[in-house]
Design a protein around this ligand. Sequence first.
Ligand SMILES: [Zn+2]
Length: 214
Amino acid sequence: MRRRGFIPCLTFLRWLLALLPATALFAQVAPFPDDPACTAEDRRFMARAYELARSSVAHGNHPFSALLVKDGRVIFEYENTIYSTRDLTQHAETGLIGKATQNFDPETLAACTLYASTEPCIMCCGAIRWAGIRRVVYGTTSSQLTRVVELTLPPKSPAVHPPAILECREIFARTEPAVKVFGPLMEAEGLAIHLGYWPHDPVLVAILARTKKE
Ligand SMILES: [Zn+2]
């Protein structure tokens, strides 16, 4: 009888220990406030984007997603698939745009808002521009994601991300026609997803294992 009580206790302890790294990291990455220009509708779609980012992790990929919304309705959505396709260009936004441009005409795309769970990277900004999408709303800031990855790795680890992150506003400020950018939005939720994921990412886990051996 004593043994049956002991096993659930051990399970609870293991669960608690698994949460500790993310809890410690969370204390070091405070969420930025919401962009006041975002609307209640933006919040609704960002909640869906975060839901899809969690689904992407459940499917064995990076925690990113993108949605295409027109006239208050999701017309297309996509998860990151870089591990399942073994294709590094399959970010959520590039994957979404690749499929969406096969299914929708340029006028439809120009009238859409693209929601990204995390601020689009340089490659994805290029794809958004080429698709002619004019409005982008992102959830979590890319510099915050970089911070999470840096905190996950030991101090002298090789860089996984380029040290200089260009903000998407900076990139879109130089494009014609203009792309309006809104965000961050509900960043606490996005950071929780990243903090829970990156300590378990296969590439980071391999770096951590190598560092421990050295
Ligand atoms: Zn990207």
